[in-house]
Design a protein. Structure first.
Length: 404
C-alpha cells in the first residue's frame, strides 16, 4: 500500500516522509486517529515506504556516487515522498507478506487450550485489510467470527512480539511492528517496555489507536504522537466517486453525513438506495399534521429498520438540520446554497420557516441523544415515540421537554 492509495491526509504523508528524509524518526510512533480517518492504512503505507528499496537507495544510479573511471557524476534525484510500488520489497509489503513488517491486533482463542496470538489469524488479517482497510475492531471481530467473544492482545502475544523483534531483519534495514488497537493491551503490555525503550537497531513500533486514554500510560509515554485528523468532505466525495462508482451529487450527500469517517461513508453507500429524505418528510407530517395514530404507525415502521439503519437515518436528519442552519446564516444566494441538492434545499428552507435557531439546536441535541440510546440497544419503538412527542413540543410550542 502506497501513500497515493490513502484518501487525503496530504500533510501527514509529507510529515512522515520528512521524518525519514531528515533522520528524525523516533523508534516508537503513536498514530492517533478516530475511526474512518485512515490511521491503519497510513501506518501500512509508511511501513512500505521504510522498506522500499528505492527509498533506501539500494543499487540505484542516484546513490552510486562518482565513477572511478571518469564518467560524469550521476544526477542526485529529489528525495522520494512515496514508496516506488514496484521493487520486490514494495510488492511483498503490498501483499502484507514482507518478512520485516509484523502485525499485532486483537484476537480470540482459535484452538482450545492454546493462547490466542495474531499469527493464528494472519491469513484472515490479510484478507480483511484487502476488503476493509478502513474497518474498525468490531468489523474485524465479525470477520473472524468471534461472535460475542472479547478480542484481546495477550501476554502470549507480547512474548511473540519480543521474539520476532529480537531476530535480525531479513531483507530491509528496518523491522517494523504495527500494533492495531493497543487499547486492547492490558497490564501484560508492560512486558514490552524494555523492548520499546531499548529496541534493537532499526526497529520501529507503530501503535495505531483511536483513544489514547485507554492505552497503558507506561507505553504511551514512550511514543511520539502523530495525530491523524478526520477526512474532509471533499476527499471523501472524490474517493466515493472513484471507488464507489456513484455520481458526484450522491457522493457529496454521503460525504456530508459521514462526519469525516470514510468507514461510515461506505456504510451509507451500502444503503444509498434508502430514501431518508422522504422518511423525514413522512415523520414530520405525522408529528405536525397526522396525529397520534400516524405517529405510532411511522414509529412501528422505523423500528423495523435495524439499529445501523436507524443510526444512519438520525444522522441524515441531523445533516438536514445543520444544512438549514447554514442556509439561514449564509442566505439563499450563497455558494453553499447553490451546491445543495434541490430537494434537500427545499426541505431546509421549509424547516427554517417553522423553527428558529434555538429550536434547531434542541432538535439536534435530541437526535444525538437518540442515536446514543440506539447504540446501546434501546427499544426503538419507544424511543421514536418519545422523540416524536419531544419534536412536537419543540416545533409547536417552541419548548424543550424531557420525556425520556
Amino acid at each position: 500500500m502506497q501513500f497515493s492509495n490513502i484518501i487525503g491526509q496530504q500533510p501527514i504523508k509529507q510529515q512522515l516522509s520528512d521524518m525519514v528524509q531528515h533522520n528524525r524518526l523516533s523508534h516508537a510512533l503513536l498514530f492517533l486517529g478516530k475511526e474512518g480517518s485512515g490511521a491503519l492504512p497510513l501506518a501500512i503505507a509508511f511501513a512500505q515506504y521504510l522498506v522500499c528499496e528505492k527509498v533506501r537507495g539500494i543499487a540505484t544510479p542516484e546513490t552510486a556516487g562518482p565513477s572511478l573511471f571518469g564518467d560524469p557524476e550521476p544526477v542526485v534525484a529529489a528525495p522520494m515522498t512515496d514508496s516506488c510500488g514496484t521493487c520486490a520489497s514494495c510488492q511483498k509489503a503490498a501483499q502484507l507478506i514482507h518478512p520485516d513488517i509484523h502485525f499485532s491486533y486483537p484476537v480470540v482463542t482459535k484452538k482450545a487450550g492454546s493462547p490466542p496470538i495474531s499469527t493464528d489469524y494472519i491469513t484472515e488479517w490479510r484478507e480483511f485489510l484487502k476488503q476493509y482497510p478502513y474497518g474498525n475492531v468490531f468489523d474485524w471481530l465479525q470477520f473472524i467470527e468471534a461472535e460475542n467473544k472479547q478480542g484481546n492482545i495477550t501476554a502470549s502475544e507480547c512474548n511473540d512480539i519480543i521474539r520476532k523483534l529480537n531476530l535480525k531483519s531479513f531483507e530491509s534495514g528496518y523491522k517494523v511492528l504495527i500494533m492495531w488497537s493497543p487499547e486492547y493491551l492490558g497490564n501484560e503490555g508492560n512486558k514490552l517496555l524494555k523492548l520499546i525503550e531499548e529496541p534493537p537497531a532499526s526497529t520501529l513500533f507503530i501503535l495505531v489507536a483511536e483513544n489514547e486514554s485507554l492505552i497503558l500510560p507506561t507505553i504511551l509515554s514512550r511514543t511520539q504522537l502523530v495525530k491523524i485528523p478526520m477526512l474532509n468532505d471533499r476527499d471523501i466525495e472524490e474517493a466515493l466517486v472513484a471507488r464507489g462508482n456513484i455520481s458526484s451529487g450522491q457522493a457529496r450527500q454521503l460525504a456530508a453525513i459521514s462526519e469525516g469517517n470514510y468507514r461510515e461513508a461506505l456504510n451509507h453507500l451500502n444503503h444509498a438506495d434508502e430514501d431518508w429524505l422522504n422518511m423525514v418528510r413522512e415523520w414530520m407530517n405525522a408529528i405536525l399534521r397526522g396525529g397520534p395514530i400516524a405517529v405510532v404507525k411511522w414509529c412501528e415502521e422505523a423500528a423495523k429498520l435495524g439499529r445501523e439503519k436507524q443510526k444512519q437515518f438520525l444522522r441524515y436528519f441531523n445533516h438536514l438540520l445543520e444544512t438549514s442552519i447554514r442556509l439561514r446564516v449564509l442566505g439563499e444566494e450563497s455558494a453553499f446554497s447553490q451546491n445543495l441538492p434541490p430537494l434537500e434545499k427545499d426541505f431546509a428552507l421549509r424547516l427554517n420557516k417553522m423553527v428558529e435557531l434555538p429550536q434547531h439546536e434542541a432538535l439536534i441535541e435530541e437526535l444525538d441523544q437518540a442515536a446514543y440510546y440506539i447504540e446501546r440497544n434501546a427499544n426503538a419503538k419507544m424511543l421514536f415515540n418519545a422523540l416524536s412527542i419531544k419534536f412536537h413540543h419543540i416545533i409547536k410550542d417552541k419548548a424543550r421537554v424531557s420525556v425520556w
